[in-house]
Ligand binder design. Sequence first.
Ligand code: SAM
Ligand code: FES
Length: 348
Amino acid sequence: MNELIKKLEEQQNLKSDEMKWLLENNTPELRQEISLRARAVAEQTYGKDVYTRGLIEFTNYCKNDCYYCGIRKSNAQAHRYRLSQTEIMACCKTGHELGFRTFVLQGGEDPAFKDDQMVEIVRGIRKEYPDCAITLSIGEKSRESYQAFFEAGANRYLLRHETATEEHYRKLHPRALSLRNRKRCLKDLKEIGYQVGTGFMVGSPHQTVENIIADLCFIKELNPEMIGIGPFIPHQQTPYQDARPGTLEETLLIISILRLMLPKALIPATTALGTIDPEGRELGILAGANVVMPNLSPVEVRKDYALYDNKICTGDEAAECRVCLSRRMESIGYEIVNNRGDHPNKKS
Ligand code: SAM
Ligand code: FES
């Protein structure tokens, strides 16, 4: 076996120059070897189970202007929508009937959803579905807001750090956003007691191997429960419309590396991975991921939550999405399970 893969599995980390070697020698043989180890490590904790989360994209309004993102505020062509509390509850009802036990409420940073309203929405879901986990993914907030959502019943929070390198952060975001505040948010979320997810886009504009190594170091140190890794895909109405997309091969390698670095982490095979390759999500699971996130948003709004071009699953019924993913997982010997799918060290 490749010595570095062996070392990574044993020590759950590598020196920067060793990590660089892995990232720069991404051959099919290396990927085959590392994904086999990553799969074996994932199976020690999760067996053949794949956890599932029902994704509810409840608003595509955003006050931010991230240069890579299709729903950034400067995209005047985006058709904007927000779901009402009643519509969100209807998505949860459908999801619960389909077997989902985790709901992910994701959206742009929409000022129309004030804290009080988010608290009410979270409370409503908590009351109706006490057996479910509630995950929020609504961006940067104050510690007080995060605390209020947690007390209302939210258990998990997804906030990708996007890049751990200041200089790179500046190339992806306007001045109003800072890496410092992003890290402050992640720290607050951890301290409050959320299961926290972070991550980054693979192949984002101007990303270097050194940036990726810094991202891996940051994730190792933060020790999040969840890690979201997907390829960057350009969106036609953004400043990075002509940037090259991230590749399947690099994303798969990084998923495997992260599985070996954080053996128990919850790692999704993302929709973006399924968008750059028809079998991307299956390959993601085979590279060490153990979560899928089918879309539960109403069919009418799905195409409007367009973070990048050609996003998949914008036409399916919720039920079809779940059936389709179950079939896909079965085809590679894995099984979607109907439980909350908590991190093994943290069941709150
Ligand atoms: N507003 C919340 C936030 O900022 O965390 C959640 C929504 S945001 C759209 C969710 C994630 O989508 C981001 O963290 C980013 O990594 C990803 N994303 C945005 N634009 C993308 C693109 N063009 N390609 C791939 N992923 C993208
Ligand atoms: Fe706000 Fe993308 S710029 S979600």
